[in-house]
Design a binder for this molecule. Structure first.
Ligand SMILES: Cc1ncc(COP(=O)(O)O)c(C=O)c1O
Length: 398
């Protein structure tokens, strides 16, 4: 009999919802046109892309013209940070100062490394603000670090490793206040990739100018992203080539992917409240069972200001990789850090940022649930985890 397989790594990626797959299918072969072409094949594809743009605009509460489709959140985040600096460089160089970016120490690597590169290239000065032990950015910390040359603030909405929700609305309000009478407005960007499934992402209520999302985290296909760009935001393209997406980027559009993203957003909107409740109950069940039944277990990050599908633990005297492999042998998929950095045994920069020592962070495990997760799966997971940890501790003589 084939072994049962249990997927508890939804923050890394999600399966495509069969309803999403159905609407994508025609655009692979029958309706395969290039949306830039003027003939009927092209028009058919272009209409599908524009429908998805409207679905996205409905979801984020913006105008369709403010949605730019990209190849994923990595591109969107590179575009938001680098494209912003390119757009404002002349304003600042005329004044012989560098623009200043505020971001956090626990952003996804595509924001973190984009900012580091801008700093290395001398295009910006960057402040990487610290995070509280609870995994939360303080509005006051943002405020304290704003300077006359601050041009961009980029703070993620929900962290991909520990799931903590940042006070984006409050930071948006702070920036709006700071912008009164300011010559060059501070642009506010949020990476909302992990938030889209569960929390309000209306750009007006968040007060953001730029927002990043990714289809494959919300039961859509891989390789499609969005950057919401508020009308009037200075932003320059970072790719050379054709004038796609109203000249904002270059590259033939991924039509099936974009169609799938639109459908996935529509479904996410309709089913958010229901999915929230389902995963929250199961995740809380994990919290209760693990902390009660496994000694030396600690939850990382605030338990309250947290997306409902994320459980992140440190287990004393046990290696994350050992747990991951032990669980994998039993058909259970989890993660010990962000998916993009798995295979890298350095301590997670997120755990380091919330004050967890290198030694402790080696015992970390991230469990992320989704709309297909069941109670039976969760119980089997906890039962198996207990056995795996017991075995590993015995081997290590702990
Ligand atoms: C918070 C966050 N930002 C950005 C990304 C990158 O997304 P993509 O795979 O669409 O490039 C991820 C993926 O793990 C993420 O979790």
């Amino acid at each position: 009999m084939a072994k049962r397989k249990i997927y508890l790594d939804y923050a890394s990626t999600t399966p495509v919802d069969p309803r999403v797959f159905e609407v994508m299918k025609p655009y692979f072969s029958g309706k395969f046109g290039n949306p830039s072409s003027m003939h009927s094949f092209g028009r058919e594809a272009s209409e599908a892309v524009e429908k998805a743009r409207v679905q996205a605009a409905d979801f984020f509460g913006c105008e369709a013209g403010e949605i730019v489709f990209t190849s994923g959140a990595t591109e969107s985040n590179n575009f938001a940070t680098k494209g912003e600096m390119i757009a404002i460089v002349s304003h600042f160089s005329q004044r012989k100062i560098k623009p200043h970016i505020i971001t956090t120490q626990f952003e996804h690597s595509c924001v973190l490394n984009s900012c580091k590169k801008l700093e290395e290239q001398g295009m910006a000065e960057v402040t990487f603000i610290s995070i509280g032990k609870d995994g939360l950015v303080s509005v006051n910390e943002v405020k304290k670090n704003i300077k006359p040359n601050t041009a961009l603030i980029s703070i993620m909405y929900a962290n991909n490793e520990i799931g903590t929700i940042q006070p984006i609305k409050e930071i948006g309000k702070l920036i709006a206040k700071e912008n009164i009478g300011r010559e060059a407005k501070i642009i506010f960007h949020t990476d909302a990739v992990q938030a889209v499934n569960y929390i309000d992402c209306k750009v007006e209520s968040l007060g953001v100018d730029l927002l990043t999302a990714s289809a494959h985290k919300i039961y859509g296909p891989k390789g499609v992203g969005i950057l919401f760009v508020r009308k009037g935001t200075p932003l320059k393209r970072i790719q050379d080539g054709g004038g796609h997406e109203s000249g904002m980027r270059a590259g033939t559009l991924n039509v099936p992917g974009i169609v799938g993203f639109g459908a996935a957003l529509e479904i996410a909107q309709q089913e958010r409240a229901r999915n929230y409740k389902i995963v929250e109950k199961l995740r809380d069940h994990i919290f209760v069972r693990v902390t009660k039944e496994i000694k030396g277990a600690k939850i990382n990050g605030s338990k309250i200001k947290r997306i409902p599908n994320n459980a992140n633990f440190i287990f004393r005297d046990v290696e994350g990789e050992g747990m991951l492999l032990g669980l994998d042998m039993e058909g259970i998929a989890v993660s010990t850090g962000s998916a993009c950095s798995s295979g890298d045994l350095r301590p997670s920069h997120v755990l380091t940022a919330i004050g967890i020592s290198e030694e402790e962070s080696h015992g970390s495990l991230r469990v992320t649930l989704g709309k297909y997760t069941t109670k039976q799966e969760i119980d089997f997971f906890v039962d198996t985890l207990k056995k795996v940890i017991d075995r590993l501790r015995k081997i290590a003589g702990k």
